[in-house]
Design a protein around this ligand. Structure first.
Ligand SMILES: [Zn+2]
Length: 247
């Protein structure tokens, strides 16, 4: 928190005086503060619009180097001319946006009246992610189950949280855990289940080239884990959802 001020007052000068890239300055600061910055971590505390613009410039130069190393003519090939910048912007603003943007704003509504909703809620969320190993697309669906506690969030927020977690470099197993944790934090519910099924570009486009492989992961917390009837109701709901809207 408050990093922006640090950057604006000091780091820009440091960037100039030491000849370091801004990304290097920020990495050093994150290390000094013990901030982990793995592909699946959110580092929005270190971002502002101005910082992001500078980092997109730096990433553009770096991607130019990658294209050069791949012996792709980015000077005369019209399709490769703007590719380095397109890649830089795509990483920051789209496929890894969940690393750089703060958590979605989730206004909570009270669920504490005498006739409060006590049933299970299951939300189907379309996901697009990227594997941290190969930077290949991961696409699928998350089913988020919850037994409402004393507050409720808007239905679209479940998907916003899931997509915010997914728009990073992920492993599906970790993504499932991340979504469960963030849904629990946003709702105060300790009873949450997350089931993801997804296809992985790294298995379809390369490696084993398995075009119809599907990976399923399940994370169960609270009653979803401890109460077999709750778990069964969740899985039955997923089947009903899939009958309604197959993947
Ligand atoms: Zn992969």
């Amino acid at each position: 928190m408050g990093y922006d001020k640090v950057y604006v007052s000091n780091d820009e000068e440091e960037t100039v005086s030491t000849g370091k890239n801004l990304s290097q300055v920020i990495r050093e600061q994150m290390k000094a503060r013990g901030q982990r910055f793995w592909a699946g971590d959110n580092i929005s505390d270190y971002m502002s619009d101005a910082v992001k613009e500078k980092l997109i410039d730096e990433a553009t130069v770096a991607f130019e180097g990658v294209l050069d190393a791949l012996l792709i003519d980015r000077e005369t090939d019209p399709n490769s001319k703007g590719t380095a910048r397109r890649l830089a912007k795509m990483y920051y603003n789209e496929i890894m946006a969940g690393r750089y943007e703060p958590a979605p704003d989730c206004t909570a509504f009270p669920n504490d009246s005498a006739d409060r909703y006590e049933g299970m809620l299951v939300v189907r969320s379309e996901l697009r992610s990227m594997c941290s190993h190969h930077h290949q697309p991961v696409s699928g669906v998350a089913y988020i189950g919850i037994i409402a506690a004393n507050k409720l969030i808007g239905l679209s927020k479940y998907t916003r949280i899931a997509q915010w977690c997914a728009r990073r470099g992920t492993l599906q197993e970790e993504l499932c855990i991340d979504i469960a944790r963030e849904i629990m934090a946003a709702t105060d519910s300790k009873d949450v289940g997350v089931y993801i099924q997804a296809t992985h570009g790294c298995c379809e486009n390369r490696g084993i080239m398995a075009h119809s492989s599907l990976t399923q992961t399940t994370v169960l917390r609270g009653a979803f884990k401890d109460d077999a009837s709750v778990k069964k109701e969740f899985m039955d709901n997923i089947k009903l959802q899939q009958d309604f809207a197959p993947r």
